[in-house]
Each structure stands twice: as C-alpha cells, then as structure tokens.
Write a protein that binds this ligand. Structure first.
Ligand code: KE4
Length: 427
C-alpha cells in the first residue's frame, strides 16, 4: 500500500468517506485519493514523495502558486500577535477597501468564512431586501451547500448524481427555480410569468462547476436587463471567477454590473475567507445596520485577512499576470486538443483567463448543461488516472474546472501536453 492509501484507510474510521469535502474522495475517477504534504509554486508533493504539476490549486485560491512567499510572510508576521480576537481589527478594513477598489460594483462588503456562507447570506439579503421568496439559479451551477442552493447543483453534487440533496425540505426547495444556463429565452419566459415574485438571480458568470462553460454573447447582459425590469437582485457568484478570469472578475471581463457579488477562494489567499458585497442601498440591510441577520465567530479573522490582503496586493501589483494566465491556458488547451485529435480521441476544450475545461466529447462549442453531462465521464476517469501516473494533477471529477497558476512554466505546460499525448494513446 502507498502512504496515501494507508492514510485514506485510517481516515475512514472517523471521517465520512475519509474526506472533509466529497469531491476529494476520487469516487468518480476511481482509486484512492492522493495525500499531499507540500505545495511549492506549480507543484504538489504527496506523502510518497511523488511530484505533480498541479492544475487544481486548492480549487482556485493558489493563482500565484503554492506557498507564495509574500502571503506566507504576511501570515507569519501576524501569527505572533495571536490568532483572532472576535473583535474588529484594522486589517479587515484594509481588505474591504482593497476589494472595493478592485471591484467598483462593491460599495460595501461583509467578510465570512466560505463561499457557501457568502452565497447563503447573499440570498437571504436579496430576499430580505425585496421581500420576495423565490430565487433563480441555473442547473449545473454550484453555489455551495446551503439548502436553497442545493437544487440541481453542480460540482460534487453533480459528480455523485445528487444534484438535489436529500435533507433539503420541499418547502425550501420549492422557492428555488432552476433554469438552463445560457438560455435567455428560458429566463424571459419564467419572469414573464412570475417575475414579481423573484428576489434574485444567482449565476456563476462563467460556469465552473459543470466543467468550464463561458457565457454566450448577450446572456449576462440579458440577465441584467431582466433584473432591472422586475426589480430583481442580480447576484454574480464570483467565488471562482473573482480575481481569476480578470483582476476585477467576470464583471470586469464582460462589463456587466451585478447588484451583489459573492467571493471566496482567491480573496483568502488560501485561508478560509468568503465575502458578499455590492450596492450600499442593499448592503445597508445587513445587521447591525439593517434587519437581515448574518454573523460569524471567525469572520474577518486577522490571519485570513492578512493572507487575502497580501494576495490581492500581489495581484494588483502584477496585472500582467492575467494576460499571461490566458495565454498559458490557451496554449495548454490547444495543445491538449491537438494531441487528442492525433490519437483519435474526441476532446473539446474551453478556456477563459486562468480557468479551462477539458470535455471528452465529439461536440464542439459546449454552451449548456445538457452538453456537459453528455460527455464521456469514464474516459475522463481513465485520462485522469493516466495523467496522475505521469505526474499531472487535474481535478478528480469530469465536472470541475482546471486552474492555471502564474507559477506554472512553459516547460510545465509542454510536459503536460506531452503526458496527455502519451495517455490519449492508451484510452
Ligand atoms: P466553499 O463553501 O466551498 O468555499 O464555496 C462554495 C462555492 C460557491 N460558489 C462557487 C462558484 C464555487 O465554485 C464554490 C465551491 N467550489 C468547489 C469546486 N468546484 C469547491 C470544492 C469542494 O467542494 O471541495
């Protein structure tokens, strides 16, 4: 048994499925999850001292590579002052100001501890602000695991075929209307019937939890127009796309102004931070200013704030990384398509900024959940396992996005393409 296998066997005694987040368990790709002990730049090292080029980046936060020194230094510097006080600290305001500078649609922001908390709170705020109960999400989009949003969700929920989880009362799920991503007519038809009952639309502006599917032209603007027409709150869930597809996120990349934005992953520099923010008029409804309650013991934790601030400072000091990330993602995905075709394996890829998707399908131009779920997940699993053997770590699910880091070199990418060429021949 490998060390990872030994550790996984031991973990299952007291941790459900041996993991603290389901998609890590490798259930959809087979085999035993890899236990990592170190990350450095573009690389991960497992407990058996194998080295991998990493395209997961802790599911997005490690955009500058693992153990990015300025973030490490900021956390180390703060450590000796204690781990948290449950009281305001100056650094919370510094991070809040920084996010509002980067994303002008955010006039006020509340820090929380995860993307789930951010979207759960944003939904409650939209409902409190509009005094409406219904919400619109899109099938295959994942916004964390709060009850109202675990309806036809993506990511791990989709991976395990439980997009609508048991345990969510029908009385809650009935207020969640799930529509087709990239299908504006579907949204217009729904709003023409019950638009005045709908508190918000929450959308991943680039869908990253049914693999990686960018919005089609006009889709996001169409959502903006519909929300204006019906006084519905438009929430961009930028937990994944924020500071990733552009410094200012998808709202900057596509030039659309949401009413609220939810954030996570990169904002914490790798430590647990989520946030929701937006129009002052709406955010002023949040306690203690307004009646909509939201709270958190560790919200604004100074260590996490320091990590997030160091991360965002590094990103604003190096804006050229975004063009570099796009070029790297483009080079990788084009290379993978080329070697797949040479091996006779039907593969389509997508990429936007530092995010990319690899679909095992004959279909070109993937724009919908139906197309994403018609792909060959078994072939993906075989590809995933083959790439593991070659020292390349992709997300262990056909429904997850790949993440490029600024630390990933041209050589790393060429090695990845060469590894893919080898693996495709075995499929
Ligand atoms: P967290 O609660 O996991 O911090 O964030 C939930 C969330 C919200 N919104 C979007 C767009 C997200 O992608 C996520 C979480 N992303 C998944 C990866 N697809 C987290 C990985 C996992 O669940 O282990």
């Amino acid at each position: 048994m490998t060390r990872s296998e030994q550790l996984f066997a031991a973990a299952q005694q007291h941790i459900p499925g041996g993991v603290n987040s389901p998609v890590r368990a490798f259930k959809s790709v087979g085999g035993s999850p890899i236990y990592f002990k170190k990350g450095q730049g573009a690389y991960l090292f497992d407990e058996d001292d194998n080295k991998y080029i990493d395209y997961v980046g802790s599911w997005g936060p490690m955009i500058l590579g693992h153990a990015y020194q300025p973030v490490i230094d900021a956390v180390k510097k703060s450590l000796d002052n204690g781990l948290g006080f449950g009281a305001p600290t100056a650094v919370e305001t510094l991070l809040a100001d920084k996010v509002c500078e980067i994303m002008p649609s955010i006039e006020m922001i509340r820090m929380v501890n995860s993307g789930t908390e951010a979207t759960m709170s944003a939904i409650r705020l939209a409902r409190g602000y509009t005094k409406r109960d219904k919400i619109v999400k899109f099938e295959g989009c994942y916004h964390g695991h709060s009850d109202s949003l675990l309806v036809k969700a993506g990511s791990g929920a989709l991976t395990f075929g439980e997009p609508s989880s048991p345990g969510v009362p029908a009385a809650i799920a009935e207020h969640t209307i799930t529509l087709d991503f990239n299908n504006l007519e579907n949204v217009k038809a729904t709003f023409s019937e019950i638009g005045e009952q709908i508190a918000c639309i929450i959308v991943e502006p680039v869908a990253g939890n049914m693999n990686c599917i960018p919005p089609v032209d006009g889709f996001l603007q169409g959502l903006r127009d519909i929300c204006d027409e019906y006084a519905t709150v438009l929430i961009f869930d930028e937990v994944m796309t924020g500071f990733r597809v552009a410094l200012g996120g998808a709202q900057q990349a596509f030039g659309i102004t949401p009413d609220l934005t939810t954030l996570g992953k990169i904002i914490g520099g790798g430590l647990p931070v989520g946030a929701f923010g937006g129009k002052r008029q709406i955010m002023q409804q949040i306690a203690p200013l307004g009646p909509v309650y939201q709270a958190g013991t560790l919200s604004g934790n100074p260590l996490s704030m320091q990590a997030g601030l160091a991360m965002l400072n590094a990103l604003t000091d190096n804006p050229e990384i975004y063009q570099q990330l796009s070029a790297k993602s483009e080079f990788l995905t084009q290379g993978i398509e080329t070697v797949a075709a040479a091996a006779g394996i039907p593969v389509t890829t997508t990429c936007i900024g530092g995010m990319f998707g690899i679909f095992f399908t004959e279909q070109k131009n993937i724009t919908s959940f139906a197309q994403a779920t018609a792909c060959d997940t078994e072939r993906f699993a075989a590809f995933f396992q083959g790439m593991i053997k070659e020292g390349i770590y992709f997300a262990p699910s056909a429904y997850e996005t790949g993440f490029m880091s600024a630390a990933t070199s041209q050589q790393d990418i060429e090695d990845t393409i060469a590894a893919a060429a080898k693996v495709f021949k075995t499929l």
